[in-house]
Design a protein around this ligand. Structure first.
Ligand code: ATP
Ligand code: MG
Length: 399
């Protein structure tokens, strides 16, 4: 038995891929040499940050655009070029991804992280907040530089630790004599800015750069560049790139998703023993990704949303069409069984609208003559996937 496993590992190590030349070129961590279709954003950011080269403080910038539109890539690229150009190290970039755990969970942790980035090992907890700030100010001022503080996924920071920290950071310059700090805030939550305190909003959004979604043509260019690195010549059938681009364009023009789709299609082709990647491998890859996305979406729902999905799936087994009134009765019954107080019919109705947008169901309002109007619901996910979701939900509810 052990020998069998060893053989599998051995053959994995020795077997060379006949399709992939450099699979990492499709990974989200890969930094491409060429950034396509983002000249406008690159130029805008370069103009905004250029004063730092003359030791003047650049404006704060707020960058937003949906997921996978190249925000992190472009900002890191321009910052790297800026640091390189500034030569004698008069400009320094501090980059934080606020999504990372234990880095931006609290105001203290963030400032402690920044102190460590400036070379001072401060304790991860314990000091009073004002003291850690003082430490941070001293470190900044000692260096005598123009700092660019990039807060990527800044909405996560505010969600976890409130907006006080942003207020403090935007006020930092009044405490500094030899240095200055400009903030580049990045977010894929378009509504984030509106939720901020107006004082922070105006200070953070002195300048704004928007990253629109890529269209299918732009995605095709981005994918073609990467495919040249990732695959051996003639291993990708003609329509493959186009198909990946079309699928991803439908999903709000997300380049990350397009690259992932291409990688997955390549892996499926390889596993199936195909000599090259074909369109049908992209279809299989897309199906797999959609399943995984849906499961993730359901996992993140609130308890009541999950209960409603559970009822929807169960009803679907009995009837192809579900009426909103019947669904509500079933939902109330399940709530009683679990000793949970049900939401109002109106709230349940709001959830149904959301599920329609997420592509879980499709809703249609129909008239029932003198019985008024009702909604007819059809579950749009395939049955085997519904069963998978149901299994997960049942385990969670213990039913
Ligand atoms: N214009 C482009 N040219 C080449 N590659 C790109 C381009 N735009 C995005 N990519 C690639 O797509 C992936 C996603 O880009 P990036 O991480 O910059 O997105 P993002 O806008 O920061 O998304 P999120 O909001 O989810 O963080 C990365 O692998 C990146 O290399
Ligand atoms: Mg990003």
């Amino acid at each position: 038995m052990q020998q069998e496993i060893a053989k599998i590992f051995e053959s994995y190590l020795t077997k060379k891929s006949t399709i992939f030349r450099l699979k990492e070129a499709l990974s989200p961590k890969f930094l491409p040499d060429k950034i396509l279709h983002r000249d406008e954003q690159i130029n805008a950011l370069a103009h905004i940050l250029a004063p730092s080269l003359k030791r003047e403080k650049p404006s704060n910038v707020f960058v937003y655009g949906k997921s996978g539109t190249g925000k992190t890539l472009v900002i890191l690229h321009v910052c790297r070029e800026l640091e390189k150009f500034s030569g004698e190290n008069s400009v320094k970039v501090l980059y934080v991804n606020c999504k990372m755990r234990k880095v931006a969970d609290t105001e203290y942790r963030l400032i402690a992280f920044l102190c460590r980035a400036l070379g001072k090992p401060v304790p991860a907890t314990g000091l009073p907040t004002y003291e850690i700030y003082k430490e941070f100010f001293d470190l900044l001022d000692k260096e005598g530089k123009i700092f660019i503080l990039v807060l990527d996924e800044i909405d996560r920071l505010v969600k976890k630790s409130g907006d006080e920290v942003l207020y403090n950071l935007t006020r930092i310059n009044s405490e500094l004599q030899n240095s200055s700090v400009s903030i580049v805030g990045i977010s894929n939550d378009v509504t984030f800015k509106l939720k901020l305190d107006p004082r922070i909003r105006s200070s953070l959004g002195e300048e704004e750069i928007i990253f629109p979604p890529y269209d299918a043509f732009q995605l095709k260019d981005i994918l073609s560049e990467r495919a040249k690195l990732a695959f051996f010549e003639d291993k990708v059938n003609e329509g493959v790139i186009e198909k990946c681009a079309a699928y991803a364009a439908r999903e709000h023009g997300d380049a990350r998703r397009a690259l992932e789709l291409l990688r997955l299609a390549g892996e499926i082709a390889e596993r199936m023993g195909s000599p090259m990647v074909m369109e049908e491998h992209v279809d299989l890859a897309n199906e797999k990704m959609e399943r995984e996305t849906l499961i993730e979406v359901v996992k993140k729902q609130t308890l009541h949303a999950k209960l409603i999905i559970h009822c929807l799936i169960n009803e679907m087994y009995r009837n192809q069409r579900i009426y909103s009134g019947d669904l509500y009765d079933i939902y109330c019954k399940v709530c009683r069984q679990l000793s949970i107080r049900p939401l109002t019919q109106r709230r349940v109705s709001d959830f149904l609208n959301e599920f329609d947008i997420l592509g879980i169901i499709s809703n249609k309002t129909i008239s029932r003559g003198r019985y008024g109007r009702t909604r007819e619901i059809v579950l749009t996910i395939p049955e085997d996937l519904a069963r998978e979701v149901e299994k997960m939900l049942k385990a969670e509810f213990g039913i």
